[in-house]
Design a protein around this ligand. Structure first.
Ligand code: C5P
Length: 222
């Protein structure tokens, strides 16, 4: 049927947080629930896509019909993406990847010693930018969770990371976004933008994918 606007397309989606180890028993992470990415995976399957969902540690059921790869750290997530990217038509990065990882992961449990503890962190790879700067690049969609100058920062990321589309959200809006069931998105691409008003992440995922399908098909035709 004509409603299957993503029929036959392979979509890779990252979702959830990453967990960066400090020693054998500790890690740093964030409160990302993975809900937006999982909602996009479900909606993409509904639209006829073949979906690979690369998930950090989350408590969510795998959407029916998608292939799921579980990962822990940003490095693991990058490796999984690298193994899937060559067959990917559209990449949607919703994961809240930790910006930094420990410079050295201690072999043994870090002991409680002085009153202060100093750890050194180094930058994690930018998974989305890495995928978007490949020679054979899929249609790349990023998310920008911002607390100020939302549109300006989002447009900056669209250009700096070489993306085809970015979905911006204002994390200061009460009851929306991170860890919530609802969100609102300002979806921006090179020649246009659309505001998707506050609703469930399931509805938002459908709206976003309609825009992705439109722009993807336009790019294919040109
Ligand atoms: O730069 P910032 O972290 O705000 O960019 C957010 C976008 O980039 C999201 O789509 C996120 O999934 C992706 N990202 C990534 N790898 C990182 C950092 C962010 O894929 N290390």
């Amino acid at each position: 049927p004509s409603s299957k606007v993503l029929q036959g397309r392979h979509i890779m989606i990252t979702a959830g947080p990453t967990r960066e180890p400090l020693d054998p028993v500790r890690y740093i992470s964030n409160h990302s629930s993975g809900k937006m990415g999982f909602a996009i995976a479900s909606a993409a399957i509904e639209l006829g896509a073949q979906v690979t969902l690369i998930a950090g540690p989350v408590n969510l059921a795998t959407p029916c019909g998608c292939k799921r790869i579980d990962v822990v750290s940003a490095d693991d997530m990058l490796e999984a993406c690298n193994s899937v990217i060559s067959s990917t038509d559209i990449f949607i990065a919703t994961a809240a990847v930790a910006d930094y990882k420990a410079a050295n992961v201690a072999d043994n449990k870090i002991k409680k010693t002085g009153d202060e503890l100093t750890l050194t962190f180094i930058k994690n790879p930018d998974i989305l930018a890495t995928m978007a700067n490949r020679k054979a690049k899929p249609f790349c969609v990023g998310f920008a969770a911002e607390s100020q100058n939302v549109e300006a920062y989002a447009r900056g990321k669209l250009n700096n990371k070489n993306l085809d589309m970015i979905a911006a959200n204002d994390i200061t809006s009460e009851g929306l976004g991170f860890n919530s069931d609802n969100n609102a998105l300002h979806v921006i691409w090179q020649n246009g933008d659309v505001h998707l008003p506050a609703t469930s992440k399931a509805e938002l995922a459908k709206g976003l994918l309609q825009l992705v399908a439109q722009q993807y098909n336009k790019n294919q035709a040109s």
